[in-house]
Design a protein. Structure first.
Length: 129
């Protein structure tokens, strides 16, 4: 076989392995019930912050631990332990996506995405004439 064929086969094999590992590592959008049923599997849970319960962030004790309570889209509430610092504008968030795994009754999040209200509100927009 020619060297070019061998190199092409190796490149295709590496690309295939990269695609497979990306698919396996990507999480699935879900809710807390499904994440609890498959403990240990990575999920993206979309929800809203429970503003009636306090959130805990004490950077003097552990700067990489932030705890809060979240309602998923089905209305189920869980305690979330985020292994990162408290995100800026967390209090202003309209919707939250947490990425992580269930462990017992708690959701251990490795990352968080916040949807904050837009500074361009519809009422401030003027029609173009």
């Amino acid at each position: 076989m020619k060297k070019s064929y061998i190199i092409a086969i190796l490149i295709i094999g590496i690309a295939f392995a990269a695609i497979i590992s990306t698919v396996n590592d990507s999480g699935t959008y879900s809710n807390f019930s499904e994440a609890a049923a498959h403990e240990g599997k990575v999920y993206h849970v979309v929800g809203k912050l429970n503003r009636e319960k306090p959130y805990i962030y004490n950077p003097e004790q552990n700067a990489n631990l932030f705890t809060f309570y979240l309602y998923d889209n089905e209305g189920e509430e869980r305690k979330v332990l985020l292994n990162k610092a408290k995100p800026q504008d967390f209090d202003k968030s309209e919707q939250i996506v947490i990425i992580g795994k269930m462990k017992g009754d708690e959701f251990i999040a490795s990352d968080i995405l916040l949807k904050c209200p837009s500074k361009y509100a519809d009422e401030n927009l003027k029609p173009v004439s």
